[in-house]
Write a protein that binds this ligand. Structure first.
Ligand code: GTP
Ligand code: MG
Ligand code: ZN
Length: 382
């Protein structure tokens, strides 16, 4: 945090016109040095590359790229260039890799380009009837260039909300990134074996990790899932090579985004993984156990191992319009069997020769799982 504060106090012009970032990071610093020198002789303004690390009520906060997120972190507030946004609903999201320029005579850098995105977590919602554009689906990018979505749910004395978990997993998988289920507050769970078994049955093979900020249980497993070591392994296997922005892949750390209802303990978990209480955490109402929407900004923080976590505000609702990829990936046992149904467009309701219904009747797939799939499939189709 200390280096972030120092960075914020450094005038934007000093940061952006530094002749080189000094990290040998491959972010284009050498070119920047040249264009910076050129800028001094009234040529084109300097261009810097960075990652959007915070979206709050102010201008996007951009962290200039370094090879391994080593200190000092150089961060600046930057506004969108008019040319970038005038004809499209384009806005930088947390995790976006952007290019910045500082036009002569200005203090606030401009975001002049957003690099093509890799896996992106997008929330689609329907505009309610009383507003302008009623019935239209609007997209909100929650996080860009992510490697894994951690779907965070709190364990408690009550049975877990499996339908909601599946909805979150569809949204998570629709990003194109990997997904894992993180179950917080294990210390408050009365029936851990029963709850974990039920949740594993809805996770479609994704990792399921129970953890507790109180006992420390599960934190090592989450570190292993989100750590820099894993990035090295994933890069070697080229898992996301086709979906990851080519320019981004060379210096981007492994990025995990936390998704989940308010009060489940997302910010607490980030603090635990950071080892310092950087983010504000909130109370949970006794009456309905709901959170109070403590986190209002989307924010990316960096761990000492080079990986990054994006904390998000608690989701109020999940729109799944058009999330076909997410549906297929979150229900892999059903999507795989669907290939064996007699009709290619089988909805697995009452069609003859339906392999999915046959699997349910044979006890291989729980009926609840199929019902949930059908419900979401209807929504996905709009
Ligand atoms: N008992 C217990 N409480 C926890 C655990 N993790 C978080 N909490 C508590 O849960 C409450 C909510 O935590 P937050 O981290 O603010 O939750 P959040 O998901 O970030 O909530 P929003 O920012 O509103 O989306 C806080 O009072 C935490 O202390 C845990 O593992 N065990
Ligand atoms: Mg929070
Ligand atoms: Zn079928």
């Amino acid at each position: 945090m200390a280096d972030e504060t120092a960075a914020m106090m450094t005038p934007a012009r000093d940061i952006l016109t530094a002749s080189s970032c000094g990290y040998g990071c491959g972010c284009g610093c050498d070119d920047i040095g040249e264009s910076s020198n050129a800028a001094n002789s009234d040529a084109a303004p300097a261009v810097r590359t960075g990652v959007v690390v915070c979206l709050d009520r102010g201008y996007p906060l951009v962290r200039l790229t370094t090879p391994d997120n080593s200190s000092p972190a150089l961060e600046v507030r930057a506004q969108h260039a008019i040319d970038l946004v005038k004809n499209a609903e384009v806005r930088a999201a947390v995790g976006d890799i952007v290019e910045l320029e500082l036009p002569p005579g200005q203090d606030t850098p401009l975001i002049t380009r957003i690099q093509p995105r890799g896996p992106t977590l997008v929330r689609r919602s329907l505009v309610e009837s009383q507003h302008e554009g009623a019935g239209k689906h609007i997209e909100q990018v929650l996080a860009a260039n992510i490697d894994i979505v951690l779907v965070v749910m709190a364990l408690s004395s009550r049975p877990p909300d499996l339908d909601y978990l599946e909805r979150q997993l569809v949204l998570a998988h629709d990003s194109g990134a990997e997904a894992a289920v993180v179950l917080t507050k294990a210390d408050q769970c009365r029936h851990p074996d029963r709850d974990l078994a039920a949740i594993a049955g809805c996770a479609g093979g994704d990792p399921v990790i129970a953890c507790s900020a109180v006992s420390g249980e599960g934190l090592e497993q989450i570190r292993a899932l989100t750590g820099a070591d894993r990035k090295a392994a994933a890069t070697a296997a080229s898992k996301h090579q086709q979906t990851t922005a080519a320019g981004a892949a060379s210096y981007r750390p492994l990025v995990a985004v936390l998704l989940g209802r308010s009060g489940v303990g997302k910010s607490t978990l980030v603090n635990e993984l950071l080892g310092t209480p950087l983010l504000e955490v909130g109370e949970v109402r006794k009456k309905d156990k709901a959170g109070r929407h403590t986190t209002v900004a989307r924010r990316m923080v960096f761990l000492s191992d080079g990986s990054a976590l994006i904390d998000t505000p608690g989701l109020r609702s999940i729109g799944l319009f058009d999330a076909q990829l997410g549906l297929e990936r979150a229900f892999p046992e059903i999507s795989t069997l669907a290939a064996e149904c007699r009709y290619r467009d089988c909805a697995h309701t009452s069609e003859p020769g339906c392999a999915v219904i046959a699997a349910v009747e044979a006890g291989h797939i729980p009926l609840r799982r199929l019902q949930s799939y059908r419900q979401i499939a209807t929504e996905v189709a709009g």
